[in-house]
Write a protein that binds this ligand. Structure first.
Ligand code: HEC
Length: 128
């Protein structure tokens, strides 16, 4: 006997599309609450990696940040790692890393909430 309503998609197809819709809706990570995890999300959202990680040709515009938590404490006498990375984001020209151009964009931290700025600083400072 022919199935009535031959235009309806078969049940498995309906189920699969529901799964696809569910995956699409849930793909965007919810904001993390733990500061270092949240800071990593902020770092990704602001695309800091576009300059601080190698491009397709293996070149980078800015210095690597893999150990910035350790390096930051040595950059400016009397300045903690946290203070230095905060300054680097808010006022990039205040200290220019030797061998690099003073080309980090201004205003990257301008639109961040205080919580997200703190989280970004905590994330960078955690990269020992
Ligand atoms: C357009 C390229 C570019 C982008 C985007 C960029 N930076 Fe930079 N950044 C640089 C350059 C070039 C330097 C080195 C010159 C200087 O010290 O200003 C630098 C320096 C730094 C330093 C100091 C590193 C050290 O070794 O002392 C930190 C920290 C830093 N950036 C963090 C960030 C963060 C966080 C973001 C995203 C919010 C970001 N940068 C986005 C280009 C960029």
């Amino acid at each position: 006997m022919r199935r009535a309503g031959g235009l309806c998609p078969p049940a498995p197809a309906v189920a699969l599309s529901l799964v696809a819709v569910f995956l699409l809706a849930c793909a965007a990570e919810p904001p993390a609450t733990e500061p270092v995890a949240r800071g990593r999300q902020v770092y990704q959202a602001l695309r800091c990696s576009s300059c601080h990680e190698p491009n397709l040709f293996g070149q980078r515009v800015g210095p690597p940040l893999d150990h910035i938590g350790t390096i930051a404490a040595t950059r400016r006498p009397g300045m903690s790692a946290e203070d230095y990375v905060r300054e680097s984001v808010l006022d990039p020209g205040a200290y220019v890393v030797p061998g690099y151009q003073d080309s980090m964009p201004r205003g990257l931290g301008r639109d961040l909430s205080p919580t997200d700025l703190d989280a970004l600083v905590a994330y960078l400072a955690s990269l020992k």
